[in-house]
Design a protein around this ligand. Sequence first.
Ligand code: SF4
Length: 381
Amino acid sequence: MEPVTYSLKRNNTNSQEYYNTIREFTNTVLDHSQKTLTPIAEEYMQYLQKHNLEKIRGIEEYILELICFGVLWETYAKMALSVRIAPFITMAYMSEWRKKHQRVKPLIDFVRGMFLTIFFISEKTKNHFSPTPTLVNIDQVCKWFESTGEFREQALRFVRWRAFWGTINQDDLNEIFITIHNFTIWFEENTLIELGKFTQNVDEFLKNSGKRFLWREDRISSTRARIEYHLNMVGAELMNRAFRKDYEVTETKAVLLPGCMRGKSNNDCNAKRVKEGLICAGCIPECNVNKLRVMGEKQNFKVYIIPHASDLSLWSPQKGMPTRGVVASACVTTLVEGGWELKRYDVPAQCVLLDYSGCKKHWLCDGVITQLDIRELKRVI
Ligand code: SF4
């Protein structure tokens, strides 16, 4: 089967080539940031510490925040800045409501799709150059990021960077934005060389999508640029490294899988609903979820099916309960946002990528059953 957008397996029997490549390339990214992004991240960490704004995290996280800022700025700033009047607050609330109230999610998503198309996305800006960031522009773009619901976690982080940049003189600020811009160009060129073989169908998919996503709530999430796939691949690897220590000391482990890994449709699957998601009832032995459930029984981890856009705060540590580490699997384009969200809820997490995307809802009319690399899952868990 031709991959829809990306495939970690390509023509191989497993995804080990991908995992070896991403580990090596992430080292190259960190090497390249030494003289570019790292000094900016270090200054920011001193600012956070001085003003007691947060418990200082590992430097990889701050470097990733800067890479995200550069890539998302180049991809969306021109569009976000072209929006003048829009229901920003209502949209931001709706993306939270859809997680907390699954029953009314279809209705909320219908309205979100209309608002996105009418107010938030302008085709006319596609060929414009990205503007240089200014503090005022950053405010506007962060408002757009948050209200679309696709970049909420990133917006929360960029707002804090914006506060730091507000304390810096204009000449130094210009230097910072030039450095981020140059790094983003380097990142785009080099990820294409190193990771492009895993994302060969993205551009074709975007070209053929045409008006397919018009009026749909997944219009942004399903039409991500190729560089965003690469950003999420590097981001997932950096997050796994940054969150590893906290994950390792947890007492119990849980694996969270998307519904598209099931061997039967949502209506026919016999999984039982629990507070955090669904638990496989083992109705067919060949189901990918069932295989992992059986493996979990032997290796001491629990498997949950998590519907798309679930409330991840349910995985927060509970007083008096054993600490729980989570290994989440998802489609490449959602990894960084999901990782930051779990971090905000204090969940010690790791991730293993889906080998390819294929769910009915976002990618293929008939849908295809997805899978992950078992060897990688065993290594991570
Ligand atoms: S084996 Fe489990 S996850 Fe798969 S279809 Fe049956 S109940 Fe659902």
